[in-house]
Design a binder for this molecule. Structure first.
Ligand code: LLP
Length: 427
């Protein structure tokens, strides 16, 4: 459930009409709903009621400071995967001990930053990383609280590019190697072994792979404890999918996911860390854009909008579908047309919908791409010298710009000409 609904035929975010935001900030822009983020966070935590958990929102899904602060105020910690995300989470006011640091390629600088700030857990993904971390911690006179991220070799049956728990994926330590690495870690002076971590992928719409992976993790915790290693946390990662298409069958609910968590790892006596991103943020955000031209084509119309693949890369990168909501609600019987909704970027892949049958759109019409609150603004680029678009947060009747639209000159503000080039232009 989300708070982007029509009122008197006009799309609203909570109590604010989308056209009023467009008027104030221009298009395109991302718009997030406080009520939806709050609701999704609560539905997720309610599903885990009775378990000892820490929900670490995955900053990679949406790292805006206001979003992190909102979720932090509700009690969330943060899952980060770079020094930048770590600093972001801290800047948003998330306490270091509620931060989990994952990722296959943490640098010496990033590991040092994590230790100096006292993050709650570092999820180590390889033996070389373990050695590096031990060295850094020993030098700093600290012990690093770690989990090993294990690769359970489970196929999450999701898009190939976001499946992370198969043997052939780069993530985690090999399942069969885990006991040896735990023993090594346990013997290291700079390492304090806390837990087992797993993350099998994203946009997972079937609970079976979670069940298989979590059951394997529970077995590993038992085996490790038998060897005298005290495992106190299990980190189950993120990955629960969301509905992208209104008409499709809904993916499993957080409550059903919570039941799997309870059944598999609920009795271990461990603190359970979870790293949801998409399920909290995706349907809490839309990308609003304006029609520039409607171009008749030979087989269909091209509706050219002012947002493009650089603003929302998911359709181009994963063939992802985002429902299109015309900001003015079309009449029920309005005639429909076949169209592609495309952006201005010079690539055929800059296409949001292909052969969509939709109500006619006209120049200046506003439309919103739904389910854009996760992996939207964070994945944007300035390709084709298009400045990043603003982000707006709505709360009841109020809205605030939570990331400004930069000036186009900002795009080259860090660039400079080498001194062997003449100051004045040629020509
Ligand atoms: N934890 C770890 C270690 C992760 O790698 C991820 C996502 C998450 C948690 C959060 O997963 P979620 O709950 O959001 O599914 N850009 C892609 C998604 C990439 C996901 C990467 N890892 C997309 O737009 O579909």
């Amino acid at each position: 459930m989300h708070h982007f609904q029509y009122r008197d035929g006009v799309l609203h975010a909570e109590d604010v009409s989308i056209p009023s935001i467009a008027e104030a900030v221009g298009t395109p822009f991302y718009c997030y709903s406080t009520a939806t983020l709050t609701r999704h966070y609560r539905v997720f935590t309610d599903a885990l009621e009775g378990l000892d958990t820490l929900v670490c929102f995955s900053a990679k899904a949406n790292g805006n400071l206001a979003v992190l602060r909102l979720l932090g105020d509700l009690g969330a910690g943060c899952d980060v995967v770079s020094g930048g995300e770590l600093k972001r989470a801290l800047a948003a006011g998330i306490r270091a001990e509620k931060i989990v640091f994952s990722g296959v390629g943490k640098t010496t600088e990033e590991l040092t930053l994590a230790l100096e700030n006292g993050v709650g857990q570092i999820n180590v993904e390889s033996e070389p990383e373990l050695n590096r971390l031990n060295g850094i911690a020993t030098e700093l006179g600290k012990t690093a609280p770690i989990a090993l991220r294990v690769n359970p070799d489970v196929d999450a049956a999701t898009h190939d590019k976001i499946s992370t728990g198969r043997k052939e994926d780069k993530f985690g330590v090999a399942w069969d190697d885990a006991p040896r690495l735990y023993a090594t870690a346990e013997s290291m002076p700079g390492i304090e072994v806390r837990g087992v971590a797993v993350h099998i992928g994203s946009q997972i719409t079937d609970l079976a792979p979670f069940e298989t992976a979590f059951t394997k993790v529970a077995g590993l915790v038992g085996d490790l404890r038998e060897t005298g290693i005290d495992i106190r946390t299990v980190d189950l990662g993120g990955g629960l999918g969301v509905p992208y298409k209104r008409d499709n069958a809904a993916p499993p609910s957080p409550a059903e996911y919570g039941d799997v968590v309870r059944r598999t790892v609920g009795d271990l006596g461990c603190k359970i860390l979870l790293e949801p991103g998409r399920v909290i943020a995706a349907n809490a955000g839309v990308l609003v854009t304006k029609v520039i031209y409607v171009k008749p084509g030979e087989t269909k119309e091209f509706v050219i909008v002012d947002a493009a693949m650089n603003d929302l890369i998911r359709p181009a990168m994963y063939d992802a579908h985002h429902d299109v909501l015309p900001v003015s609600e079309p009449d029920a019987g309005a005639p429909k047309k076949k169209m592609d909704i495309v952006g201005p970027v010079c690539e055929t892949g800059d296409r949001f919908t292909r052969d969509a049958i939709m109500c006619a759109l006209n120049e200046e019409d506003l439309i919103a791409f739904s389910t854009a609150g996760a992996y939207g603004a964070v994945m944007a680029s300035t390709y084709n010298a298009r400045p990043l678009v603003p982000e707006v947060m709505v709360n009841g009747e109020s809205f605030a710009v939570i990331r400004k639209r930069p000036a186009v000159e900002d795009l080259w503000a860090l660039e400079s000409l080498p001194d062997w080039m003449a100051d004045d232009t040629q020509g």
